[in-house]
Design a protein around this ligand. Sequence first.
Ligand code: ZN
Length: 114
Amino acid sequence: MKRAQLAVYRTVGEARLLASALEAAGVAVELRGESLAPLAGEIPMSEAWVELWVWPHELDTARQVLDAMRENEAAAQRVVACPKCREENPGNFEVCWSCGLELPSGLRVQLRAV
Ligand SMILES: [Zn+2]
């Protein structure tokens, strides 16, 4: 059985972060090209990229994990104001860090659509 390429990353750090998230989700992931990364700058950029490979039957699960991570990352970069105390919370928080109010999911969904 051949593995399928899931994604390509420009940095080892980024690829490892994803790989550990995938492993936590039970997806067996293989990093390829990692050994070339330290040479970035000396060889063409495209060859310094790190590839993530997974088994074909785990591809769907892996993509879901990637999507969830990207969504979470994007949400974390946004800010939502708590409806109760007006403190600002990262967009991926479910509960206000200041007053503990559960942040309305509508607020989060709206922000995700941006
Ligand atoms: Zn609050």
